[in-house]
Design a protein around this ligand. Sequence first.
Ligand SMILES: Cc1cc2nc3c(=O)[nH]c(=O)nc-3n(C[C@H](O)[C@H](O)[C@H](O)COP(=O)(O)OP(=O)(O)OC[C@H]3O[C@@H](n4cnc5c(N)ncnc54)[C@H](O)[C@@H]3O)c2cc1C
Length: 326
Amino acid sequence: MPQFWVVGEPNADGSISKLSTEVATLASTLAAAAGGEATGIVVAATPERAAGELAAFLPRVIAVADPALAGHAWSVPAAEGVAAVLAAEGDTDGTVLLGAGPDGRDLAGTLAALTGRGVLANATAVAWDGRLVVEMGAFGGKLITSSGFTGTGGIVTVRPNMVTAEPLPVAGTVEPRAAAADAALPRVAVVEQVEEAGAAAPIEEARIIVSGGRGIGGPDGFELVRELAGQLGGAVGATRAAVDSGWIPYSQQIGQTGKIVKPNLYLALGISGAIQHKVGMQTAETIVAINRDPDAPIAEFADLLVVGDLFEVGRALMVALRERSG
Ligand SMILES: Cc1cc2nc3c(=O)[nH]c(=O)nc-3n(C[C@H](O)[C@H](O)[C@H](O)COP(=O)(O)OP(=O)(O)OC[C@H]3O[C@@H](n4cnc5c(N)ncnc54)[C@H](O)[C@@H]3O)c2cc1C
């Protein structure tokens, strides 16, 4: 019976990451299509909360408590914990799915070395068609490839916002386990955590995104985008044109070669709506665009297009939002 394992990534506050809930929903879908089983694995110093939250999306979650993880970098010892669970479960040919964030990528590499399984990285879609079919972008997104594993078992890292997380009708069970005492890999102590000054909110998780394109005209124009995002409690996004011009960091780029986002509201200022941008934001619930060109491509898929100068409309919107918030 095909096995799908989901590595649950705990947030700093002990909750489960949004990306892990998406991966869990994907695994449940794959298991249903393959007639297999989907199981979560959470390895943490205190995994209870994250495992409990993940069990809302999976029928079974194994929670490995490893107190020695406290104060240490997570991904390498967590990979060891996941490998130990797979060995204890007698799994040699299951598929391990995890989020393609910085820790997930790290963990995937270590787990590949520990278990001898291959890795397909940054999947944009995963399906079951008698066997696993994994879609990934190549050559900067110019080509979409379909790949599978030749051997038995494999590891797939999944990009954020590819799937909408959907809880099961009935939550699954959590099985507590103690970590094996004989960790072989060196643990890296975290001596200090420094918050990046002025760090933007993570756009993958934002419910509101205000995004600027070439029409913003320069780095100063992004002040209005930031003000609107701040007033709406959202994050700042951008097109590649704005990023390539050096107006805003690449971390905020949305699209084929940037992030894929799925907010409730996407407010696009001075963005034409090129296909490579559209693929990163088209699943937003509501898209509102401000553009002086009524025939800009974004008019075809925006829910609302305000035709006008973005600074004029944007500032009027700012005034209205401030008035509303008192
Ligand atoms: C392989 C590949 C990968 C790519 N990946 C990405 C990606 O990940 N993300 C991405 O965004 N792009 C990507 N691109 C680039 C993409 O093709 C477009 O060039 C880019 O999205 C255009 O950005 P833009 O909408 O900001 O600029 P433009 O297309 O130049 O549009 C600017 C818009 O602003 C409007 N405007 C100008 N001034 C004002 C004003 N004062 N008020 C109101 N409206 C105004 C104009 O009418 C216009 O519609 C990629 C391209 C390739 C080839």
